[in-house]
Design a protein around this ligand. Structure first.
Ligand SMILES: [Fe+2]
Length: 375
């Protein structure tokens, strides 16, 4: 990541360092450091190979639980790097050691494949798709508190899972945007195809039957009610969901406020704007092609469809549009603060979902990143 795009967040002021710092309690065994030039995540790694095995790591996590949680609260993201994880089952053991409240409930937008009771693939979306920065399921009443990612197969090039400090994003967001997000919240409009349709079309990332794990509309409707989703069944077994949610959230433990919504993910203009940053970074021919196609398709969709007809879109909670200029500004704040690092095989990234967002950059070739999350 170029130094010019480094975060000016508190966390970066606090401790951007490439030197390994010894933890007072875990001296000699686990070292803490930062990846050069990045303020996030803080990296935990074994000081020698004898401390890299799974048994040592899970014991160490148990003994140092308080210290790990304190670091997570401060930084918002911890990367466990250099440990012998080796399998989804072992990843699940580490995640359970860090937090016993793992959850299987998923109402997010990525198609995922189940690997163990609590572990899924992070996203089965095609590799060229951009996944903009977001806090997991921030459009729900109770988003998960913590997330875990595991690099089962690290991509050779690109395909990073960038993260951003959402507390910094809120601090740097112009008042005319954050004020509206706080006052009105954010309204989400989403459309889903039914069972038997393609798993994803360009703006629809999964089927409603996949999302609600049922083909029975009555059962699905019970979940809509629970989540305060307004729904409308459309011709062709399609579904429209509309819901409003807060735009800014307070951390359940620290009380600090963070930008916490999916506007930068669901807004009709987001993918094409995001791709400009992606192309500038990756400079691939495919990236340039996707950028052009997204611009053309977005233009056509906006010309022929109203806000409520778009496959997926976000407005302020009062229904007023988040203007093109505002969404550009929002993405700009994220990209000024985004922290991008390459995956290494066996990495486990532990994220405080109320403080730090994540996303995915396009890739080619093999990549398998798995995910688990808490309640
Ligand atoms: Fe996600």
């Amino acid at each position: 990541m170029p130094a010019s795009t480094l975060s000016k967040s508190n966390s970066s002021k606090r401790s951007v360092s490439t030197k390994k710092q010894k933890s007072p309690k875990a001296e000699k065994e686990i070292l803490k450091s930062h990846i050069e030039g990045l303020s996030l995540p803080i990296v935990y790694s074994p000081s020698s190979s004898q401390f890299a095995n799974l048994k040592f790591l899970t014991d160490w996590i148990r003994k140092n639980h308080k210290e790990i949680q304190r670091d997570l609260l401060i930084y918002g993201a911890i990367l466990f790097r250099g440990f012998d994880i080796g399998s989804s089952e072992n990843f699940e053991k580490v995640a359970l050691g860090l937090d016993s409240n793992l959850s299987e409930a998923y109402l997010g937008t990525s198609p995922r494949d189940k690997k163990t009771k609590f572990v899924h693939t992070a996203s089965e979306l095609p590799s060229a798709y951009p996944i903009m920065q977001h806090a997991e399921m921030s459009f729900l009443n109770h988003p998960p508190k913590k997330l875990f990612f595991y690099a089962k197969i690290a991509p050779k090039k690109n395909g990073e899972t960038p993260i951003t400090d959402l507390r910094t994003v809120l601090r740097e967001m112009p008042e005319h945007i954050s004020g509206k997000a706080e006052k009105f919240g954010i309204k989400y409009i989403r459309h889903y195809d039914g069972p038997g349709s393609s798993r994803y079309s360009l703006w629809k990332t999964k089927r409603w039957s996949e999302m609600f794990k049922t083909e029975d509309k009555k059962i699905a409707e019970k979940e809509f009610k629970k989540q305060n989703f307004e729904h409308e069944w459309l011709p062709g077994n399609k579904l429209r969901l509309i819901n409003s949610q807060v735009g800014i959230r307070k951390h359940p433990n620290s009380g600090s406020k963070a930008w916490h919504n999916h506007s930068q993910t669901f807004h009709i203009d987001s993918p094409r704007l995001e791709y400009k940053y992606i192309f500038q970074r990756q400079k691939t021919l495919r990236g340039f092609g996707v950028y052009l196609i997204l611009n053309l398709l977005t233009f056509i969709k906006k010309a022929f469809q109203s806000s409520e007809e778009l496959d997926v879109h976000a407005t302020y909670g009062d229904g007023s549009e988040i203007s093109q200029k505002d969404i550009k500004t929002i993405l700009g704040v994220f990209w000024r603060n985004i922290q991008i690092f390459s995956w290494q095989k066996n990495d486990i990234l532990y994220i405080d979902n109320y403080s730090v967002s994540h996303g995915r950059l396009p890739f080619t070739g093999e990549r398998e990143i798995q995910v688990a999350w808490t309640e």
